[in-house]
Design a protein around this ligand. Structure first.
Ligand SMILES: Nc1nc2c(ncn2[C@@H]2O[C@H](COP(=O)(O)OP(=O)(O)OP(=O)(O)O)[C@@H](O)[C@H]2O)c(=O)[nH]1
Ligand SMILES: [Mg+2]
Length: 436
């Protein structure tokens, strides 16, 4: 058996002046380890204790969660002390003299995971919850933090009997005359493949919501870019005038608009500018086009043709350009995404963005879906694995379905973290803050 891990401590709140700071300690036998500092209170009963060390006398509210019924699965003690950063540092270094070392970022959650208190998917959701910037991102992370997606146990239930059967055919098939009925296998796996397909669509949309959608607003001068920028941001961030060439620098705003977490870039109007400052602004548009998820090409509804300069600038990014007709209040633009941003008439844009980026789903239809790059990549691998299984020829060697079924099982274990792969854990916990 490996030795018990050493006790760890960390501030769970930022080291800033505040009303209250929370310091957490986790490890086995904390009652003994912390004896020089305090007598631990009754489990799960908040109690006031005076902590005395190095001339400090701190009245702290103390909570004790004996393992394994705690966040980490070990003994866990929480100190609520006055929110003075220097006081917290002093308490942490005193804990160090008692043999409690400072935790690495995410080490509390890593222990929770290793002690079976939490799955990898939940830990990833917790990291996202702490990092979320908008309401939708918070709700998305909360929906994943509570429970594993129901299709994972469902997939296991479907795969298990077939794995056993395929193994039996490989091991004893020839002697015992056992066969793997490819047709039955396909008809049982087909609903699972369909479910994976639905989950892939939801996950792609959820990933956009989780990461935030980067949008560039481009077009000729006076196309209404800054007007739209302000309307989406819900505030007057960019200067709007009727003078062409108003915007020069790239402006950026992060916001949530109609449930979509956005990072929007307003840019200089594209034209062959004479003014040297405006030319510099135009030169900054190209790199933005490469960096965003979607380019909104704003074109006033009264414009017949697209300026060749703009056509050329956009042509390398054709796949991610969405044409938007502005000034829809003045000229009709039937059949197109037409808006009048200065009047807040943006419904057509909302529909187009949701169709393009969320596959037509409403943001809350993505709650509970997988959403990180790691998760989505594994889901795609799983779907491919099932496609291969469904595409097997009847009468193929039984080793083939056996190894594909094993592969699918392994991918599920990687997804939930049950394979305990250190690389996935390291990547996850590097993104955590101290004390989590
Ligand atoms: N009627 C009408 N006016 C609009 C609309 N959108 C913008 N405008 C007006 O058009 C003018 C130019 O708008 P801006 O938002 O500054 O245009 P821009 O594309 O940012 O222009 P540059 O920064 O010069 O490239 C302003 O007077 C806006 O009030 C619209 O949909 N309808
Ligand atoms: Mg502008």
């Amino acid at each position: 058996m490996s030795p018990a891990p050493d006790p760890i401590c960390a501030p769970a709140t930022p080291l800033l002046p505040s009303a209250v700071a929370l310091v957490r300690v986790s490890g086995w036998g904390l009652a003994g380890v912390l004896t020089p500092l305090l007598v631990l209170p009754e489990p799960r009963m908040a109690s006031l204790r005076t902590l005395c060390w190095d001339g400090f006398r701190e009245r702290a509210l103390v909570l004790f969660f004996p393992g394994p019924a705690s966040y980490t699965g070990e003994d866990l003690v929480e100190f609520q002390v006055h929110g003075n950063p220097q006081l917290v540092r002093r308490l942490l270094s005193h804990l160090g003299t008692l043999g409690v070392r400072l935790a690495e970022p995410g080490e509390f959650t890593r222990r929770a995971l290793l002690n079976g208190k939490q799955g990898l998917l939940e830990a990833e959701a917790l990291r996202d919850l702490v990092a979320a910037e908008t309401d939708t991102q918070i709700r998305l992370a909360q929906a994943r933090a509570g429970a594993q997606p129901d299709w994972i146990p469902e997939a296991r239930r479907t795969l298990t009997p077939w794995m056993a059967r395929a193994e039996a055919v490989v091991d004893y098939g020839e002697e015992e005359g056992i066969l793997l009925n490819q047709k039955d296998l396909a008809s049982e796996l087909k609903p699972l493949r369909d479910r994976f397909h639905v989950e892939q669509i939801r996950a792609r949309a959820a990933q956009h919501l989780r990461d935030g959608i980067r949008l560039a607003l481009v077009g000729r001068p006076n196309a209404g870019k800054s007007t739209l920028f302000n309307a989406l941001a819900g505030e007057d961030r960019a200067i709007v005038t009727e003078i062409p060439g108003t915007t020069r620098d790239v402006l950026e705003v992060r916001c949530e608009w109609r449930g979509l977490p956005l990072r929007i870039f307003d840019t200089a109007g594209l034209r062959d500018a004479l003014d040297p400052v405006e030319r510099l602004g135009v030169a900054r548009v190209g790199p933005i086009l490469g960096a965003v998820d979607l380019v909104l090409h704003l074109r006033p509804a009264q414009d017949e043709a697209i300026d060749p300069l703009i056509r050329e600038a956009l042509s390398p990014f054709r796949d991610k350009v969405l044409e938007v007709r502005t000034f829809a209040d003045l000229t009709e633009a039937p059949g197109e995404v037409a808006i009048a941003a200065h009047q807040g008439d943006l419904d057509a844009l909302e529909v187009a963005l949701k169709k393009r980026l969320l596959g037509g789903l409403a943001p809350d239809a993505c709650f509970g879906a997988l959403a990180t790059e790691r998760q989505v990549a594994l889901l795609n691998d799983l779907a491919r694995q099932l496609d291969l299984l469904l595409g097997l020829e009847p009468g193929c060697p039984p080793e083939l379905p056996a190894s594909l079924l094993q592969g699918a099982w392994g991918l599920l274990a990687r997804l939930t973290g049950e394979d305990r792969a250190e690389t996935a854990l390291d990547a996850l916990f590097n993104g955590f803050c101290l004390g989590k």
